[in-house]
Design a protein around this ligand. Structure first.
Ligand code: G3H
Ligand code: ZN
Length: 290
């Protein structure tokens, strides 16, 4: 079976992106897996520190590898936004395929130091583990927002600069870089986020010669996402749109079936609602007309 590294290489060569979808529970896992399998594309399950504390670190690793083994399917697991070396180490030791050290709120040199430490540990344990670094703060929560998150500035001068990306990549030896290119974590309440600076995406990818990851893609237009992929993005992260779909479908389901107490019955629509969102995103990331 292909490794994540091989899948990313193939995606980059074909100017496609692998979808990264966050989950909080088993419904999330099945929704992502079913949608990916329908299209036959590799997929990444993401769990933030909070999400994996809820699901269980070793438990989510076991769930994802059980799907991979049973279906011989390229489904991978990423320790999303991880704020300490110890938590990165915990994920690597539990068998995750990829990890992200998020040092975006740290001074540059400290971000470099801890990211480098994560890269060195991953290489020592299993060289095929993918390590991602981040440069540029884009907010911290996958939620519906009333405005741009505190501390985030999306005007051009505040976005990740290609010179700092070059230095960061050289000093850390990361496999992937997540820059701030006008993207924000979470989604504005109207459902449409500000435009991405896709010119900056291409500039950074070219200068740093590294595949990029687009975080915070809930609320971004399909056109912007496609341009970002052409510019050098190989993984696109989506979370808020799935959370919204789950919650809305669950509320309707509970309202429509007030006497139903079997979770596998009243949760079914919520699973399908997330699956629909994942399928739409996968079509965009792979240039499939839906
Ligand atoms: O790492 C997670 C993502 O970047 C999700 O962002 O909630 O804006 O889709 P989002
Ligand atoms: Zn993110």
């Amino acid at each position: 079976m292909k490794t994540l590294r091989e899948c990313l290489k193939e995606a980059a060569a074909a100017r496609r992106a692998v979808g990264h979808f966050n989950i909080s529970n088993l419904e999330g896992l099945w929704s992502v897996f079913n949608a990916a399998r329908e299209r036959g594309v590799p997929v990444i399950i993401g769990v933030s520190e909070g999400e994996r504390a809820f699901v269980g670190v070793r438990q989510v690793a076991a769930l994802v590898s059980s799907l991979r083994d049973e279906y011989q399917y390229p489904i991978f697991l990423n320790a999303d936004h991880t704020y300490s070396f110890d938590k990165v180490k915990e994920a690597i030791d539990a068998g995750f395929d990829a990890v992200i050290f998020d040092g975006t709120e740290l001074p540059f040199e400290e971000n470099v130091r801890v990211t480098r430490q994560c890269v060195e540990y991953a290489r020592k344990v299993r060289p095929e583990i993918i390590v991602e670094g981040e440069l540029g703060f884009i907010g911290k929560s996958s939620k519906v927002l009333s405005g741009i998150p505190d501390g985030v500035k999306i005007s051009e001068e505040f976005l990740t600069k290609s010179e700092e990306a070059v230095k960061f990549v050289r000093e850390t030896a990361v496999d992937l870089l997540a820059p701030a290119v006008g993207n924000i974590h979470g989604m504005l309440s109207g459902g449409r986020d500000p435009a991405l600076n896709t010119g900056r995406v291409a500039e950074i990818a070219r200068a740093a010669n590294i595949p990029l990851v687009l975080h915070g893609a809930s609320g971004n237009s399909a056109e912007d996402i496609k341009k970002a992929i052409i510019g050098g993005v190989v993984i696109v992260h989506v979370n808020t749109e799935l959370r919204v779909a789950y919650r809305q479908a669950l509320a309707i389901s509970l309202q429509n079936h007030p006497d139903e107490v079997a979770p596998y019955k009243y949760l079914k629509d919520a699973l399908l609602a997330m699956q629909k969102v994942v399928a739409e995103k996968i079509a965009i990331f792979n240039g499939i007309s839906s």
